[in-house]
Design a protein around this ligand. Structure first.
Ligand code: SF4
Ligand code: SF4
Length: 446
């Protein structure tokens, strides 16, 4: 199979990175990739889906991973997996020797091993330049569920119509479920037994994506191609309170309490890889309205948003990550872009000792009580109604091609890829199109 053919199949089947931002996978099929990496770090506390999926469908996923390697002509295919995922590692050890040029790289239980810049360094020793793309260093990284979706597309032309979601926190039976795209978060939580009865609905909040990098969601929001987890927490939990705090309050707190201890910078995973991001310097410049230290602002573009500075490092409980994101948005709106051609400094000698142990992170976040196996049920759950967003990926939103009242079959294209970077959206259930607007297409089952 040629790279063009594989790329076309992935685009037609609507495959995007199932882990984070939803980068269309077809655009990663690039013959400059000398190394391809399967990301099974799964470093967000409480998430379980990748290790479980890889353990359950090891051969199927490795077949697809090997197919990608052969198609792009990669010299090496590496599986980055944490040593503590013993069952998954054992399953991998059985199959990996069957594939030439494939190896397992065992990772420590530290956060954020799943950040692709960190993972690439751990597995290959290469440092991606600040603001650069992995492919510039000859590397392409794929998420486990993404490669599973590639295998389904290659074996039977199954488009992306469902998503694995870990449902954890204040729910009766934490578990990982496979749901049709567009199912509401509330209905997805119901599949894990629903919210615990000791809480009134208004006393709980949903954190979507994971405790470190997730965002607040509502019960009506839809599961998309990138929804990894729903963490149900009491409204008073510090993780929820932190996200509800207005940036203006965060700024005032920074001005009055930042003692410039530099712990945020010392523990910043990107900083320790030699990227010029220094959260303490930004906090100083921002809170003292210092407009002369321009580098403190320009270098914000190199922040990954991992949250280590804000949720683990800062002894004062300040919010560097949130303030950086706010400022970065403002700079982008003003038309400013990341500085280009910035070379990384040498990796810091102390990096090895500054990794954030996952168990301590979970405890610091107040989540130890929510640790659970969240066992995976791989059967696609039924839905009476879904509303599928047109934008579930980075790039241009898909364009609706169905009309109200039209009958659609599961797997049928209901929104075609737009010009440029984009992928189509397929019906996740069979039924009738009952509503549509700019945000999505509603289908009601027969
Ligand atoms: S969120 Fe904080 S710790 Fe993470 S990359 Fe940005 S500045 Fe560094
Ligand atoms: S860790 Fe907190 S107090 Fe210390 S420099 Fe960073 S923001 Fe300021």
């Amino acid at each position: 199979m040629t790279a063009e053919q594989l790329s076309r199949i992935l685009k037609e089947n609507g495959i995007v990175g199932a882990g984070g931002a939803g980068f269309p996978t077809y655009a990663k099929i690039d013959q400059r990739a000398e190394t391809i990496l399967l990301n099974c770090a799964e470093c967000e506390p409480l998430l379980r889906l990748h290790r479980q999926l890889l353990c359950l469908h090891t051969q199927q996923i490795l077949d697809a991973f090997a197919q990608i390697a052969a198609t792009v002509g990669a010299k090496e295919a590496i599986i980055g997996v944490k040593a503590e995922y013993q069952e998954t590692v054992e399953a991998l050890k059985q199959y990996v020797p069957r594939y030439p040029n494939m190896r397992i790289h065992l990772l420590q239980s530290a956060y954020p091993m799943g950040d692709e810049v960190v993972l690439i360094y751990e597995a290959t020793g290469k440092v991606i330049s600040p603001g650069g793309l992995p492919i510039e260093a000859g590397v392409a990284v794929f998420n486990v569920e993404t490669v599973y979706n590639v295998s389904r597309a290659l074996n039977g032309g199954h488009p992306v119509t469902d998503k694995l979601v870990s449902v954890v926190g204040e729910v009766k039976s934490p578990r990982t479920v496979r749901v049709p795209l567009g199912l509401s978060l509330g209905e997805t939580v119901a599949l894990a037994g629903g919210e615990k009865e000791e809480f009134a609905p208004e006393e709980l909040s949903y954190l979507v994506g994971g405790p470190m990098m997730g965002r607040l969601g509502s019960r009506q929001d839809a599961v998309t191609k990138t929804t990894n987890a729903i963490l149900v927490l009491p409204k008073g939990h510090p993780l929820i309170q932190k996200r509800l705090m207005p940036a203006s309050v965060g700024m005032k707190r920074a001005a009055s309490a930042c003692c410039q201890c530099e712990t945020c910078t010392d523990l910043c995973p990107r900083h320790n890889l030699g990227h010029p991001i220094e959260p303490h310097r930004f906090m100083r410049a921002m809170s003292s309205h210092d407009s002369k230290d321009t580098a403190a602002y320009q270098n914000l573009f190199f922040c990954s948003g991992c949250g280590v500075c804000e949720l683990f490092a800062c002894p004062q409980g300040l919010s560097p990550r949130t303030l950086i994101a706010e400022c970065k948005d403002g700079l982008k709106r003003a038309g400013l872009k990341a500085p280009s051609g910035v070379a990384p400094s040498p990796v810091t000698e102390a990096r090895e000792y500054r990794k954030v142990p996952e168990m301590r992170l979970t405890a610091r976040l107040g989540l130890s009580a929510y640790e659970s196996k969240a066992l995976l049920d791989d059967n696609v759950q039924q839905a009476k109604r879904v509303k599928e967003p047109l934008s579930q990926h980075i790039g241009a939103p898909a364009q609706c091609i169905v009309s109200r009242g039209e009958r659609v079959e599961a797997g049928q294209v209901i929104a075609q890829a737009a010009q440029g970077l984009s992928v189509p959206v397929h019906a996740s259930i069979s039924g009738v199109v009952t509503d549509m607007d700019q945000s999505g297409i509603e289908i009601t089952a027969d």
